[in-house]
Design a protein around this ligand. Structure first.
Ligand SMILES: [Zn+2]
Length: 196
């Protein structure tokens, strides 16, 4: 195998869900693809590194300024749904069950991984709840230990501010990522949220 091709295969193989066979198939496809296709792919990959930023308000992915949700004037600006990672927003958006704003923590509190509250955007969330006169904060954190620890910490900070704090209903299989919960289940979990 020539080194350039081998490197490409190794890089595809390092991606989630792609094994050696798939990596080879994609690499050989690109080698024979119409002119410009491989270049367009490499440019798209380059752009996520240079153009994708974080929304200054909610820390969702954004290209410039506020993200698509924050800049949508039809959203309910008095409700915030809190998630660990930006891709969890996509899953919730697909349910169509939530029309408020989001806040991305950037992870979950995890003593084992030495991730504390200060490593997350918790201060920013508390600031938003205070400054934006938020009425309800909905916790949509992964149903695992780290999600529970983070949720309890958020409740202790937010309840004294007088805001309603709720949690999406159980219905998501415990230990499964929010990412993999199906849309119907997640939509029901949002509608059937319980106040904490
Ligand atoms: Zn935003």
């Amino acid at each position: 195998m020539i080194p350039a091709l081998e490197e490409l295969i190794e890089r595809f193989k390092a991606l989630p869900g792609i094994g050696r066979k798939s990596a080879e198939r994609i690499a050989f496809y690109l080698l024979n693809a119409p002119a410009g296709e491989a270049t367009a792919l490499s440019e798209a990959i380059e752009r996520i590194g240079t153009e994708v930023r974080r929304c200054p308000r909610c820390h969702n992915f954004a290209q410039e300024g506020l993200c698509a949700v924050c800049s949508d004037p039809t959203r309910d600006t008095k409700r915030i749904c809190v998630v660990g990672q930006p891709w969890e927003i996509l899953k919730i958006e697909r349910t169509g069950a939530f029309h408020g704003l989001y806040h991305v923590l950037g992870g979950l509190i995890s003593p084992i991984d030495e991730i504390g509250a200060a490593d997350l955007t918790i201060d920013a969330l508390v600031g938003r709840v205070r400054d934006e006169e938020i009425r309800e904060v909905i916790l949509a954190l992964e149903p695992k230990l780290e999600g529970e620890i983070t949720g309890m910490h958020l409740v202790s900070l937010l309840k004294p501010l007088g805001v309603k704090v709720s949690q999406i209903a159980q219905g998501i299989p415990v230990g499964r990522d929010l990412e993999f919960a199906d849309e119907v289940t997640l939509g029901r979990a949002l509608k059937g949220r319980i106040e904490l």
